[in-house]
Design a protein around this ligand. Structure first.
Ligand code: NAP
Length: 295
């Protein structure tokens, strides 16, 4: 029986793990994919205090190293189901674990466009990770889809590797940060295609050759990077009564859900700001509230 089980080893889960360890809780972190979570796909992080610049995978590595150094217990197993009674039962692909408290810090995954053949060409021309796949398109032309900070920052990253980046956004104005928009406009190998949408993939002889836009224009590219937002990782909560909004978990100011002993933090939570810094602070705060008299 654990005092606390944390689902997810992204920055929020790791921060919660560190605080739980320091509070003397018997804690277990469960991670079904890559330790570090979403930050593994970020090329450059330059807005975290004290770290002027670091790659996402390097920060993910540091987080994992810290968990190991502190001797915090973890299992690399995917959670498939949870039963949220007084004792929380967490089922994974391999085992069932029990805890008094649960913190859900399972993050979110990239959203796809929903085009015909999109899944088929994922990893064969379509990517959701410029950092992982950008080098495959050295000196080629690529397209980035989206208008948020992710699309902007990854288009900038790709522009340093590839020949040309077409940045395709469905509106006139970008949603992403102004500093990124300014940097983007200074790059001479990024072409902005605004007020347009991808409607079809251009495929020849089973090879992705480009995209076809709403206005019929054909853009010939070797790679397509999709950055159109995220879907929360809450599939394993299907048999629970946890309050959610569009799959995002609803919490109060103490990061408590509507179910006693169940907390949530980071990108899986319904909120206004999805930044690394608040994901980290929410994980820590959830544990402090859980262990303090405020609760
Ligand atoms: P986001 O802010 O939700 O932006 C998603 C973009 O994709 C929007 O421009 C949206 O268009 C577009 N989009 C959504 N569905 C689409 C579809 N079906 N077809 C075409 N376009 C579609 O997502 P994000 O850029 O991944 O950012 C997520 C969060 O992380 C944000 O809070 C952001 O601030 C944060 N972030 C911060 C940094 C940083 O601090 N430097 C870097 C990356 C991300 P509309 O605008 O028309 O809705």
């Amino acid at each position: 029986m654990y005092d606390l089980i944390i689902i997810g080893m992204g920055i929020s889960g790791v921060s919660a793990g560190i605080y739980a360890h320091r509070a003397g809780l018997k804690v277990l972190i469960l991670e079904g994919s890559t330790p570090g979570g979403t930050i593994n796909g970020i090329s450059k992080i330059e807005n975290y205090p004290g770290i002027s610049s670091i790659s996402g995978p390097d920060l993910a590595y540091n987080l994992f190293a810290e968990i190991n150094k502190l001797g915090i217990e973890y299992k690399l197993e995917r959670v498939t189901d949870v039963i949220l009674e007084k004792v929380k039962k967490i089922k994974t692909t391999n085992n069932v674990y029990e805890a008094q408290n649960l913190l859900i810090a399972s993050g979110r995954r990239p959203k796809m466009l929903g085009l015909k053949n999109e899944e088929k060409f994922l990893g064969r021309g379509i990517s959701t990770c410029a950092l992982c796949d950008g080098a495959l398109y050295k000196n080629s032309d690529v397209a980035v889809i989206g208008g948020g900070s992710s699309a902007l920052s990854e288009a900038l990253y790709l522009a340093n590797i590839v020949n040309k980046v077409y940045l395709i956004h469905r509106r006139e104005e970008f949603r992403g940060e102004d500093t990124l928009v300014r940097e983007l406009k200074e790059k001479n190998n990024i072409e902005l295609i605004l007020n347009n949408e991808v409607t079809e993939l251009k495929i020849e002889n089973n090879v992705l050759k480009g995209i076809i836009l709403k206005d019929g224009k054909v853009i010939n590219v070797k790679g397509i990077f999709i950055y159109i937002g995220f879907i929360p990782n809450t599939d394993f909560l299907i048999n629970t009564d946890i309050a959610m909004d569009n799959g995002y978990i609803l919490v109060d100011e103490h990061h408590k859900t509507n179910i006693k002993g169940v907390y949530a933090s980071g990108d899986v939570v319904k909120k206004d700001i999805y930044q690394i810094i608040n994901a980290a602070s929410e994980g820590a705060e959830a544990v402090v509230y859980m262990t303090s008299k405020i609760n």
